[in-house]
Design a protein around this ligand. Sequence first.
Ligand code: CAA
Length: 382
Amino acid sequence: MNHTLTEEQIAVKEAARDFAQKELLPGVIERDSKMIFPTEQIKMMGELGLLGMMVDPKYGGGGMDTMSYVLAMEEISKIDNSASVVMSVNNSLVCWGIEKFGTEEQKEKYLPKLTGGEWIGSFCLSEPEAGSDATSQRTTAEDKGDYYLLNGTKNWITNGGTSSLHIVIAQTNPEAGHRGINALLVETSSEGVVVGAKEDKLGIRSSDTHTIMYNDVKVPKANRIGEDGFGFKFAMKVLSGGRIGIAAQALGIAQGAFELSTKYSQQREAFGKPISKHQIIAFKLADMATDITASRLLVHQAAKLKDAGLDFTTEACMAKLFASETAMKHTVEAVQIHGGYGFVKEYHVERLMRDAKITQIYEGTSEIQRLVIARNILKAAT
Ligand code: CAA
């Protein structure tokens, strides 16, 4: 599908592929196994411009389109999804959220640090009792005049132990429901920000996922994003963009598993010929290639709508739903094609299979994607 891309987009894709092969592939198995955060590699990604790709160059970003971002995400995700989730959260949720909805002062203060890798950001929405039901926020941001007093607990926070800036979604006025929620920029050096234990996860094991506690944290009013009560809508809008990033991650996982399976099936012989020449394996590869191409078309469609300034909410959910289901289904098949070798770490496909699972869960489960798609298509039909 490269024939529809511009020269610049192809160059971005190739640069991301080279970086992933040279800098992420060596050591990826050990980092995953020992839960080692890719600190050096993330620093290099910042230097390469992969952490603030869509941000205006005047704030230190790459000034690129969403298409370039998803192309790079796919390449990084073929190799290391602990690195690509940092890239996704930093680009789509944190940088895009600040650039699109923040004040000039917030952009000038935070974006140059976040785009170059000096700081990493986190998006703090999920709580122990508010996951899919995101309006049920228990974290409170009490209005104290010129500051908010933040109290509560967030969990499953990507980059939780390493980030310097949190976007925290918190309830200021419970009587107003979701219209009483605010989004606050919280520097993690602030007094009262406590990082809990690191999660020991099934997949994306070297990404840094923590519970975070806020104990009487004073957040200046100037750090609120948007008008009072805009926080829930901010979270929903930003998550729509985030879902394109995670869809691209799932696409990369499926594509990586497909490439490994194709290569293996052409080398491995059984019953006197390469297993790719047995129809039972060839048909698995055909199904993989078809679903991956469909995923890619959905991801690119959502990216193009966003770049055109059009509503992309439904298409982002469709892309994430289809690409993550494809990644899960076909990484299981990739392990099957590899047989016993697929079950050991050295061949990479078992890691991709474990990584695929989270793409069906974070930034909205597959069930939430279906709920949003159904609501929107039914609304459009009435
Ligand atoms: N854009 C703008 N506004 C939106 C919106 C969107 N995409 N989606 C909803 N809204 C608005 C609605 O219009 C409504 O506003 P009004 O009342 O003024 O009309 C308001 O938000 C509430 O919306 P709903 O009535 O639809 O709310 P709901 O409670 O019925 O459902 C939901 C909302 C879609 C289920 C939402 O809660 C949701 O998306 N849940 C999933 C949360 C999620 O994705 N979490 C991911 C955690 S972050 C993460 O994983 C990051 C990481 O580290 C990797």
